[in-house]
Design a protein around this ligand. Structure first.
Ligand SMILES: N[C@@H](CCC(=O)N[C@@H](CS)C(=O)NCC(=O)O)C(=O)O
Length: 215
């Protein structure tokens, strides 16, 4: 059974929890507290497992895989059914484009270590850091909303089925809500999130359902 190094509130770890649940892959979960003692992700024992010092990390057959995109692609290849990538090449490319928009262009700008650097090293105020967070969510969500408007999507990100893009969207919307970001301008994102959040693979893996979740 693979081991997932996770943190309840980590949106990147939630992506992997959804993919595992979607494919009904049993997993042993090890919580890594990102704040306790300066962050367990920086501890030597965890760095020995994942030198990148972030969650998630999946350990399978003794091999550690970091990066949620790489892990989800691995799961898709290792457990092809039920699929998280459509069959058509163009649809697959559209899914990956949305995955990268979230994983590469939105999420990294709002990651914990970036926010900590803005506060502790650059001396930015909590208000300025919140403004930074909100700004990059709005930039990213505006482009996603435009994509969904163009494609007509309002239940799934791409086509008529759950895909990896959905797996990445829902945790990002959770992050936006945590920061109380006004989502009024993104009705399609809100509709897709609402539809997906009812599905067990999404609902059962939510941060609040994790054993390491604290209010
Ligand atoms: N690109 C990475 C991002 C992983 C990541 O940033 N994880 C966050 C939690 S969502 C983390 O571990 N942050 C710890 C830190 O910033 O020190 C992935 O997709 O797995």
């Amino acid at each position: 059974m693979p081991t997932l190094y996770s943190y309840a509130r980590s949106s990147a770890a939630w992506r992997v929890r959804i993919a595992l649940a979607w494919k009904a892959v049993a997993v042993h979960t090890v919580p890594v507290h990102l704040l306790h003692g300066g962050g367990e992700q920086h501890s030597p024992p965890y760095r020995a497992i994942n030198p990148q010092g972030l969650v998630p990390c999946l350990l399978d057959d003794g091999v550690a895989i970091a990066q949620s995109v790489a892990i989800c692609e691995y799961l898709e290849e290792r457990y092809p059914q039920p699929a998280l990538l459509p069959r058509g090449h163009l649809e697959r490319a559209q899914v990956r484009s949305l995955v990268h928009a979230i994983a590469c262009d939105i999420h990294p700008l709002n990651n914990l270590r970036v926010l900590q650097y803005l506060k502790a090293t650059l001396g930015r105020s909590p208000q300025e850091v919140d403004d930074w967070y909100r700004h990059w969510i709005h930039v990213g969500f505006a482009s996603l909303e435009a994509e969904f408007t163009r494609s007509g999507s309002q239940q799934y990100c791409v086509g008529g089925a759950v895909s990896m893009a959905d797996v990445f969207l829902v945790p990002q919307v959770f992050n936006a809500r945590r920061l109380k970001i006004d989502l009024t301008d993104y009705p399609r994102i809100v509709a897709i999130d609402a539809a997906l959040s009812k599905l067990p693979a999404f609902a059962d893996t939510a941060p609040s359902k994790q054993p390491d979740f604290v209010e």
